[in-house]
Design a protein around this ligand. Sequence first.
Ligand code: C2E
Ligand code: MG
Ligand code: MG
Length: 652
Amino acid sequence: MYRVMGAPLSMRKSHQNSTSRSLIPLGLGTVFAVILAVGAASSPLLAAAVVLGVTLWMVLRADGSRSARYRAVLEQSPNGTVIADATTFQIVDANPAFMQALGYTAPELRRLALTQIFVDESAGAAGLAAKLQNPDPRVPMPLRQRRKDGALLEIEATGYRLILNRRTTLAFSASDVTLKRKIESQLLEKQQHLDHLAHHDQLTGLPNRLYLAHRLPGAIEDAKRAGTMLAVLFLDLDRFKDINDSRGHETGDKLLKTVAERVRATVRDEDIVVRMGGDEFVVVLQSVERAELINEMAARINEALSAPVIVDGRPLNATVSIGVSLYPRDGSDMGELLRHSDTAMYQAKDRGRNNFQLFSPVMARKLRERVAIEASLRAALERGQLDVHYQPIIDIESNRVMGLEALLRWKHPTHGYILPGRFIDIAEETGLIVPVGEFVLQRVLKDVGFWQRAGASPVPVAVNISAVQLQRSNLRDRILSLTREYEVSPELLLLELTESTMFERRELRGGDSRRDAISQLRDIGVSIAIDDFGTGYSSLGYLKQWPVDFLKIDRSFVRDLVTDMSDLAIVGAIIAIARHLNIKVVAEGIEGWQQLEKLRQLGCGLAQGFLFARPASAAQCLKLLSGLPLSLTDSTAQTGEFEAGPLTATGT
Ligand code: C2E
Ligand code: MG
Ligand code: MG
């Protein structure tokens, strides 16, 4: 730029040298050259004109009849040039290009002032006058030019002060930039469109994560300045993956669109609603003056989404779990606020979904714990720190061991044995349950093979299967290949599924495919048990439709069986219905003789609990597998989990 700009300065020098010889023609020639050269800076077309102008000027300098030729240069120039008085702005002269562009004749123009021709809406009359009075020849001014017919032209004017007949004048060269401006505005439009694409989500039309990254820091600054609060709501649809898996992505997309619309319609115009990706949305509530507003808004979003969404004529539930963090209470920057709202969202999921939770520091601690557990569980799996223990399932009448339940154990190098209650949920959430479940299955079949070779009489082994495992791993094929590998009959396997794993979201097609998956497992000889019965959906009606072999009554009903009449009634009803449907019942968590007696009276066939034995290693269990009835010794002196329980096989 400055290299090009250099030209006018050298011109100026020549002009000063020659003023004494012939003021008017040289003055005009110099001005013209200066103007052309300056114009060259802004357009390649003008650059050509500059070359032409300079050449002509040089030729003319060498020529005697300069005046006429200068005039020719000016008159034939395609660029409009105008000269005006520097004080009054009265137009003194203009070349034909200038007159033509404006539609004025020379006499008409001479009656006008520059300020009547040039327009600058942004500067006002005084501002325009100041600009014209002191033009910088290196910087073209974006102005408008009023034609005689009133039309306004977009121009760039390059001006220069010069002395003409001892009078200070101003010369301006104006180039029409209408086309240039049009192209610029098209480019700008295109840029804005690209910008919109980059900052918005295609599916829902909502702003995206990138947009949030640009906007949120500013919104936090605004809140800081205004002394108001700002809330970040992290939304995650409940079980969206199930919907996608069972009804297809197209349905999932339609659902997301409706969710986006409902959320947008629920919050205020000034609030920001962003789709972060997948089924995650963020709402930023700005200028919050009262904390109650946040609760109100979050509750309204939950409510707006609790009405089923009809997609392709079928209703879908799109409830949402919301985590809320507040500026300044829970964080001072975007990263912290987003992290904490995300933590609170997980808490909302834990609390049964379809609700909102405000962030608290306790949550953050729990989350850190979870993250730590996840990492060390992953390592435990790789380092062979996982183990499986077995707890016998007893036939109440014969006292024989009718089965074993495989229970996962984590042999932590420093914390000792960790029970699954501490890590199964995390394993499920992170998908780690798939390799963990695979480990359990493999270990169980290996142990059954070991017991068989050791001459034990085989009993079915119950393995706990989580919903994620049922969905994500091809259980049937895995079982077939592992049973073949360890030479164990699939009939020795019993899979325990919780009610929610089996029945939840039955309204989705997933319900059918899950039933099919379970039927296929039964087809290869595997038995199915519903675990923790009574704690989930508890619809006895389901039992009629689902292929189930065993029902395990949850420990919470067994615990107070002796004292609580309603527990007694529930357990009695479950046993009666199951018997009617030909489903065997196992009572879980039996710790006392009175409980056992009650269950016997109610007609419960099978029992499991510390009364008989605590879970123990495969080697310790071997002595329980003689096939002979067991004698129950007094259980008051309970042994630890890793010793054999009070149960011993008769004759051993
Ligand atoms: P669950 O399947 O209902 O297993 C029974 C739980 O009750 C076991 O706890 C067992 O040790 C405990 N228990 C048995 N008898 C008594 C008793 O008389 N009193 C008391 N207080 N407790 C008793 P554990 O081993 O801590 O397992 C807890 C849960 O973890 C299991 O409940 C099951 O849902 C899950 N789990 C265990 N192993 C696995 C596994 O390999 N895969 C999956 N997905 N889940 C597992
Ligand atoms: Mg179980
Ligand atoms: Mg259970």
